[in-house]
Write a protein that binds this ligand. Structure first.
Ligand code: LLP
Length: 386
């Protein structure tokens, strides 16, 4: 079901704000959970980094999903939303002692460890507490995802994960530590991936590695975490409001060679929350230049940074006007020339005061907002409160 916009109700709300369609969010969560449940031992952890709005997290928690966290703050947000600690995984290259301590005290399911010194830090803090920490080694699978270079993480030269050549050393180290239990392997190849071939390539790598560990060490780890990365259709949010979870999970089910009883974990962010959210703004001015026309919104790159940071495409709709199209650059008010949402885009003729929707902004929108130029972080409005 496509996202609905109660335009009448919007007219009395101060812009800019993030709007979330709760029905679409719930439908998406249900679809992901339903399709994962078709395969025994598949578990979905919502990647909190995509959107940590507490009300949205509560709805995610109600769906029964676990959480994938990358900071102590995210671990706390997951627990506060009611996600049980035993469904929380904690990744990140720079976990501080304070963050590790918080996660140990909460009793999270698993740390995704990304370096040798991190393993030592966890051992030390777990020993102090007299507990045993469960860890999965994050392995750099050296599989390139066909997406923007800033959001590709699976290649060897990234800061993330541990390289193939170091695997033996890390496993030896972990096995020598009394307060750490190695329970799994973790992978993540990147984000906004729409080509299943990339996930199939990852499965191939995982199969190779599993075979190697089995043959050389007789080792079979109970948990395989394949990370996240399923993309969404930014070009057609109404045609594809819910991603193809059926195909996504089937791809893993058909290509991963699992040993009996092995559990598979997924860390999905964007695909869960992107399409249910939009940034709603008003046209403050429409300015005619010599060759171009600009729609100047009251929302800027500080509210939604993806176009400025990644050159990302978001559909922009005029919710007020049904007039024939004009051609516009849509920009924000921030004092940076990169504060541009799109260039030379066909949009219905727009006037000062028109209400505009920047679509597919539920993921990495509100979560990445910042206060540059003393601008306020946009508020969130949920469809259920209108
Ligand atoms: N797991 C790990 C280890 C990750 O690094 C990420 C995302 C995810 C899971 C979730 O990936 P997703 O399912 O959302 O693709 N700010 C960028 C995206 C950065 C993604 C970072 N890592 C954007 O706006 O496109």
């Amino acid at each position: 079901m496509a996202m609905k916009f109660p335009v009448e109700a919007f007219s009395s709300i101060e812009t800019p704000f993030y709007y979330y369609d709760v029905d679409l969010l719930k439908e998406t969560l249900a679809a992901a959970q339903r399709e994962a449940a078709r395969y025994e031992g598949f578990h979905v952890h919502y990647a909190i980094k995509a959107n940590f709005n507490p009300r949205l997290l509560q709805i995610v928690a109600e769906s029964g999903m676990g959480a994938d966290c990358v900071s102590g703050g995210e671990v706390r947000a997951a627990l506060d939303a009611g996600i049980p600690a035993e469904k929380v995984v904690f990744a990140g290259v720079g976990k501080t002692d304070k963050e590790i301590a918080l996660a140990l005290d909460a009793g999270i399911f698993c740390f995704n460890v990304e370096s040798l010194p991190e393993v030592e830090a966890i051992e030390h803090l777990a020993a102090q507490r007299g507990v045993v920490a469960q860890v999965a080694v994050r392995i750099n699978p050296n599989v390139g995802a066909h997406t923007h270079s800033n959001i590709t993480t699976g290649l060897a030269e990234n800061k993330f994960g541990i390289n193939y050549e170091q695997i033996d050393e890390v496993i030896d180290l972990i096995c020598s530590m009394p307060h750490i239990k190695l329970v799994g392997m973790h992978f993540h190849i990147g984000s906004q991936i729409l080509v299943m071939d990339d996930f199939i390539a990852l499965c191939g790598r995982i199969n190779e590695l599993q075979e190697l560990l089995h043959e050389t060490r007789g080792l079979v780890l109970p948990h395989i975490n394949v990370g996240g990365g399923l993309g969404i259709r930014y070009d057609a949010p109404d045609k594809y409001p819910v991603p193809d979870f059926d195909l996504y999970f089937a791809t893993y089910a058909n290509n991963l060679k699992l040993y009996p009883g092995q559990q598979v974990h997924f860390e999905l962010g964007r695909s869960i929350v992107a399409q249910c959210g939009a940034l709603i703004a008003r046209a403050t001015y429409v300015k005619k230049g010599t060759c171009k026309q600009f729609i100047i919104l009251d929302a800027g790159m500080n509210d939604l940074v993806r176009p400025a940071l990644y050159d990302a495409y978001h559909r922009i709709e005029n919710l007020t006007s049904q007039k024939p199209d004009g051609v516009y650059d849509v920009v924000g008010p921030v004092c940076e020339s990169s504060d541009v949402f799109c260039k030379d885009r066909r949009i219905p003729e727009t006037q000062r005061g028109d209400i505009m929707a920047i679509r597919s902004a539920g993921a990495y929108g509100e979560a990445m907002a910042f206060g540059y130029n003393c601008r306020e972080i946009p508020k969130a409005v949920f469809s259920t409160e209108l």
